[in-house]
Design a protein around this ligand. Sequence first.
Ligand SMILES: CC(C)(COP(=O)(O)OP(=O)(O)OC[C@H]1O[C@@H](n2cnc3c(N)ncnc32)[C@H](O)[C@@H]1OP(=O)(O)O)[C@@H](O)C(=O)NCCC(=O)NCCS
Length: 220
Amino acid sequence: MENIVARATRRLLEVTGSSAPTAVPAPLDWRDGLPVLNGSMATLRELRLSDAPALLAMLSTEEVTQFISPAPATVQGFERFIAWSNRERARGTHVCFAVVPHGMDVPVGIFQIRQLDPGFATAEWGFALASAFWGTGLFIDAARLVVDFAFDEIQIHRLEARAAVLNGRGIGALKKIGAIPEGILRKSLLRNGEYLDQALWTILEEDWRAVRIAPGFRVH
Ligand SMILES: CC(C)(COP(=O)(O)OP(=O)(O)OC[C@H]1O[C@@H](n2cnc3c(N)ncnc32)[C@H](O)[C@@H]1OP(=O)(O)O)[C@@H](O)C(=O)NCCC(=O)NCCS
């Protein structure tokens, strides 16, 4: 893991330069600014415009986007996404956390949650990590924090994810976090000129709380 972090940090510093994190008081309402969430492997925080070069390097690869909507192809495209994301957070419709592994100061992935109804009782989440971090435990570490945030802070009741049925890693990750498959959304994702089937995977608030308070709680 140290080698991966060191290698990725070196690579990212080449494209981004470094910036020391600044201590700011946590906002009381997530609409005013996302809190910093601390996991055992990473910190999750609000996106910053300065994250754009790192996100481009980490998430715009064919490997990462094979089964999801394509990521922006330029730094400017990621800057527009970050500005939009922070505006939508302020409107209360969407949040996006940057995943910053301990020992790094730039993100290697993102977790998004967007409302599906005006009250944000139902929501859809999506996530992507740089492929160098797949299989390292970073996903489950960050995902637990995000799902807790969804149910505790946004007060979502039902969290949905759409995963292409060919996306073995994405589906494996959803199973690990405790999501339940509900059905197939036929030809619902256009990717490289072809419509792919996706499955709908959901987590209900009551299921998450029941698992969380169970003795020896550990999703997966
Ligand atoms: C989705 C993503 C964040 C998950 O992170 P990850 O580090 O790869 O996830 P993990 O390794 O913790 O978990 C994946 C699980 O799927 C399993 N898996 C991998 N390939 C698989 C395959 N082809 N079929 C079935 N299971 C598979 C892994 O073995 C692992 O399970 P294990 O820990 O029990 O061995 C990451 O793969 C990613 O960014 N993918 C690209 C973007 C994406 O597809 N997003 C998800 C959309 S639903």
